[in-house]
Design a binder for this molecule. Structure first.
Ligand SMILES: [Zn+2]
Ligand SMILES: [Zn+2]
Length: 204
């Protein structure tokens, strides 16, 4: 699966375009629409996958959806939050942003086919109650759960530090070493992420 990373708009969240054969998915559409379309090329956009409900990851969601027949997918626990400025984080930054909502609810362990490959949904709550990672072969798109240096905040609506730590431990317990692609900042190997090293070697 080809993974193309695009820079988001003013809040610097990352958008990822996944391409497998003639099919594509976009994770967290916050980048410029023209940049997303350019990355898609001739591939057919099947899904818009959301790692969580926060406004900085869905800024271009409704305009991208309006131009395609792609299914918008989000975990149940974040599905209503994306429609509410108080719950999607925008009110916290003095904005009044709301999305129309999702088309399809996804659950932990769900397998989403794309081209001849698959994407697996891994539930990692804590940053928000419905935060998920998307596993695509050796790549893990992890939203705001895990960054190369640090992890997502848990003081916004629905956030929970203990739950987030349990999710980070679940990732730290993995035996493989996927490339992580966070919602903000640089990608790196899972084993090189600061908090994963801290959990593994310092037994936090
Ligand atoms: Zn977030
Ligand atoms: Zn974010």
């Amino acid at each position: 699966m080809d993974i193309i990373k695009l820079n988001g708009l003013s809040y610097a969240s990352n958008t990822y375009v996944l391409i497998s054969g003639a099919d594509a998915a976009v994770v967290d559409p916050s980048a410029n629409i023209d940049d997303i379309k350019k990355a898609l090329g001739n591939a057919k956009l099947r899904y818009i996958l959301l790692t969580h409900c926060h406004f900085d990851h869905i800024l271009r969601l409704d305009s991208l959806r309006a131009e395609t027949s792609a299914e918008v997918c989000i975990h149940r626990a974040d599905a209503d939050m994306m429609k509410d400025p108080d719950l999607n984080g925008s009110a916290f930054f003095g904005l009044d942003f709301a999305s129309l909502g999702a088309d399809r609810i996804i659950e932990d362990g769900e397998i989403i086919p794309l081209g001849k490959e698959t994407i697996e949904v891994i539930s990692t709550p804590g940053h928000t109650p419905g935060s998920v990672c998307y596993e695509c072969g050796y790549d893990l798109i992890c939203g705001d759960t895990l960054f190369s240096s640090g992890y997502g905040r848990y003081d916004l609506p629905g956030g929970d530090g203990n739950v987030l730590f349990a999710s980070l431990k679940k990732l730290a317990d993995r035996r493989d070493d996927p490339m992580i692609h966070p919602g903000h900042g640089a990608s790196c190997a899972l084993s090189d992420a600061d908090i994963i090293r801290a959990i593994r070697y310092r037994e936090l």
